[in-house]
Design a protein around this ligand. Structure first.
Ligand code: GLU
Length: 321
């Protein structure tokens, strides 16, 4: 029998805000609802050179609301390492697998060139027109080098595939024709760093993650991830995309907006029990003061409201909007 395993995979950018605390809690409940394990993975691909301070601040915030991960930094580490910045070797091996299967190809186009060639409406994600798809890979790499660039690697999306459907336990059915919506997408950037959707899929497969909970700003990239699961011949996890928490003014809680951070709430004397109860209620679980593992038995993803809650800092509650 496979163990159920959920994970919280934050990009550390400072103290946690209420929205990320809600994602953390929901991911723990999803992992524990059938007695599974909960892992913490630090998605620091883009913050390699920054200090470890935001990561430590995040650990303190999670501890403050009573969340302790079963697997991850400082705990059991069956699938170490748990920081993406230390997993580059795994991403390279995974890229080699796709390369051997002819599923990726090098691309020397700059972002500007892709935007200029894309037919996508202004402001939308550019659709890669396939400029380097049919070219000789060695030529692409050589031409890029002659322009002082390195090549990125793109995943070859099967153009006859059509709609990819994600059955999300919270968001419902989500469908996207990846070839039309984004085209062949980047899996390894020109600077050698793995692209978000590639790293996340490689990590979730190698860490044997079965429950993925995150903000619904990432729903649109999930069909790309489904294609990657298929390319690796791996079973996809259960997806749960949560509507993002908004501020009282209806704006998204920006990660860097200090006023919404747990740290500031703590410093102002707010009580973690109150925040925990409010977060649980927003996920459809009433807090009886018991352990989170026990409460998780009552968590039902289908009961999570499909609208964004608003965080009212003065009343310290999350309101359904
Ligand atoms: N690192 C992403 C974030 O902080 C989440 C990625 C995921 O859960 O798949 O928004």
């Amino acid at each position: 029998m496979t163990i159920e395993r959920g994970r919280f995979a934050p990009t550390p950018s400072g103290a946690l805000h209420v929205g990320s605390a809600r994602t953390a809690l929901a991911s723990a409940l999803a992992a524990w609802r059938n007695g599974g394990r909960w892992a913490l993975r630090v998605e620091d691909l883009d913050v390699v050179r920054s200090s470890t301070r935001p990561i430590e601040a995040m650990y303190e915030d999670l501890a403050w609301i009573g969340l302790a991960w079963d697997e991850g930094p400082g705990a059991d580490e069956p699938h170490r390492p748990y920081r993406q910045s230390a997993r580059a070797g795994l991403y390279r091996e995974a890229l080699d697998v796709l390369r051997a299967r002819g599923l990726v190809y090098p691309c020397g186009c700059s972002r500007k060139e892709v935007e200029a060639a894309s037919q996508a409406p202004h402001g939308a994600e550019p659709v890669y027109p396939g400029t380097c798809r049919g070219r000789d890979p060695d030529d692409v790499v050589r031409d890029a080098a002659a322009r002082g660039r390195a090549a990125a690697w793109r995943f070859r999306v099967d153009r006859s595939r059509g709609d990819v459907t994600v059955s999300d336990l919270v968001a419902g059915r989500y469908t996207q024709d990846v070839a039309r919506a984004v085209g062949d997408f980047v899996v390894a950037r020109a600077d050698g760093v793995a692209a978000y959707q590639f790293a996340v899929v490689v990590d979730d497969i190698t860490m044997e993650v079965t429950e993925v909970v995150r903000g619904d700003d990432l729903l649109a990239s999930t069909p790309r991830q489904v294609l990657l699961y298929e390319a690796f011949g791996a079973a996809p996890p259960r997806w749960m995309h949560l509507p993002l928490v908004l501020g009282a003014d209806g704006e998204r809680l920006a990660k860097r907006l200090g006023a919404m951070g747990l740290r500031e709430l703590r410093e102002r004397g707010h009580r973690p029990e109150r925040l925990r109860a409010s977060l649980l209620a927003s996920l459809g679980v009433s807090d009886d003061g018991g352990s989170l593992r026990g409460l998780a038995r009552r968590f039902d993803p289908a009961a999570v409201p499909r609208t964004s809650p608003r965080w009212d800092v003065t009343r310290e509650i999350l309101d359904a909007s």
